[in-house]
Design a protein around this ligand. Structure first.
Ligand SMILES: NC(=O)c1ccc[n+]([C@@H]2O[C@H](COP(=O)([O-])OP(=O)(O)OC[C@H]3O[C@@H](n4cnc5c(N)ncnc54)[C@H](O)[C@@H]3O)[C@@H](O)[C@H]2O)c1
Ligand SMILES: [Zn+2]
Length: 372
């Protein structure tokens, strides 16, 4: 079973690309890259954890092709590696191996690898092609689509980077089996977000097939990943630079960012997003933006994947709202959030985001925390 999703960017064939989603596609990546870039040397970039698990599946595919060298470049796993220093280390190592303009980079790993290797590709010799092989659920449904690349700075996350589109994305859902539980939940947070914002059909799938989804059944996951890529591809094609429709992808994230900040990033992003959506939906009912019946349908779907709020409940709602007030989307003391108008229905232009009173968000936090 394989599915292809096309990402069309402003009608430009050169910058458009295909996402191939298929259980087991990892073993074919070398062949696909050799076919597409027959005269390029290859730089395979990955972190230490993913190297140990999956790098051989790609490297072995280049061994039979002595003319097309594939060099491996690695760095320690985790967000702490997404820095200018790691990027410089990778670039220096690539120069030492004489990679020139005729190089293609393969980013094998999660969002950290995709952002870092993609940013290397955007700037190495003023830009070389790159291929994404996402191995976390988050990377498969979110970070590998959209062309955002970059690194973190001491001053904040993702502060330096570039828009640089991959030439192709190859997503193998069998690799999700080895993903730690919290990492799997991180991807699910974004999947539930896409469903609640854009797809009544996916909401139904998340509710009725929840057991198989939690078992990470590869064929079902491929279907789910494909639906999510199609949604994200549609959104980023319509709004490449984040001035309109793309704002809807921030659903749940205003509250989630506050939860992450106040917990000193001690909770997984996916849990923060699931909880953040509960809070923003509750507040939207109080502001009169959403019918209570619609909220309940969406809350029921979120609660299947987040039955209780571990740890988060200890935070003071007042402090969380203060953190939300720091968000750059705010205007005149109101907090701006993007919330669906009904299950699976995104708000329409120009109301991508709506203003919320801080007191309403405090009340919503109190109520969500009281539900446990
Ligand atoms: N570019 C974008 O549009 C975009 C969107 C969302 C998030 N992001 C970025 O993505 C990053 C988070 O991505 P992530 O959650 O994938 O983090 P990650 O890349 O750090 O991966 C999480 C952990 O899982 C391990 N791992 C990866 N695949 C595995 C597998 N199949 N089996 C076992 N372990 C595996 C990694 O080694 C790592 O330790 C953040 O830096 C965030 O800013 C970017
Ligand atoms: Zn997110």
């Amino acid at each position: 079973m394989s599915t292809r999703v096309r990402v069309d960017l402003r009608g430009s064939a050169e910058r458009s690309y295909e996402i191939l989603i298929q259980p087991g596609v990892l073993g074919q990546v070398a062949g696909l890259v050799r076919q597409r870039f027959p005269h390029c040397t290859v730089a395979l970039i990955t972190d230490h954890t993913v190297r140990d698990l999956y790098a051989d599946a790609i490297l072995s595919g280049f061994e039979s092709s002595p003319k097309q060298a594939c060099h491996l470049y690695t760095f320690p796993a985790g967000e702490a590696s997404k820095t200018r220093e790691t990027k410089a280390m990778l670039e220096d190592a690539m120069f030492a191996n004489r990679h020139d303009r005729k190089t293609v980079i393969i980013a094998l790993g999660g969002g950290v690898t995709g952002d870092l290797a993609g940013y290397c590709a955007a700037t190495y010799m003023r830009g070389v092609p790159f291929v994404q092989v996402p191995t976390t659920l988050l990377a498969q449904v979110d970070s590998s689509v959209g062309g955002k690349t970059g690194v973190d700075l001491p001053a904040g996350k993702n502060l330096v980077g570039a828009f640089w589109q991959p030439s192709a994305v190859y997503a193998d859902t069998t690799v999700l089996q080895t993903l730690p539980g919290d990492e799997f939940l991180s991807g699910l947070g974004e999947i539930v977000k896409h469903a609640l914002m854009f797809s009544p059909g996916m909401i139904e799938m998340l509710v009725t097939r929840h057991v198989e989804i939690m078992q990470r059944e590869p064929v079902l996951m491929a279907d789910l990943v494909a639906q999510n890529c199609a949604i994200k591809a549609h959104v980023v094609s319509a709004d490449e630079t984040e001035t309109g429709l793309r704002k809807t992808l921030n659903f749940g994230h205003t509250a989630a960012h506050a939860l992450e900040l106040v917990s000193d990033f001690g909770i997984a992003h996916g849990i923060a997003v699931l909880a953040g959506m509960l809070v923003e939906l509750r507040a939207a009912v109080h502001e009169g933006y959403l019918a209570a019946g619609h909220e309940q349908v969406m809350r029921d779907c979120i609660r299947i994947y987040l039955p209780e709020l571990p740890k988060i409940r200890q935070f003071d709602p007042g402090r969380l709202v203060e953190a939300m007030l720091l968000d750059k989307k705010n205007e005149s003391g109101r907090i701006h959030c993007s919330v669906p108008t009904a299950p699976g229905t995104a708000p329409e232009d120009p109301g991508w985001t709506r203003p919320f009173q801080p007191a309403v968000l405090t009340r919503a936090l109190d109520e969500v925390f009281a539900q446990g």
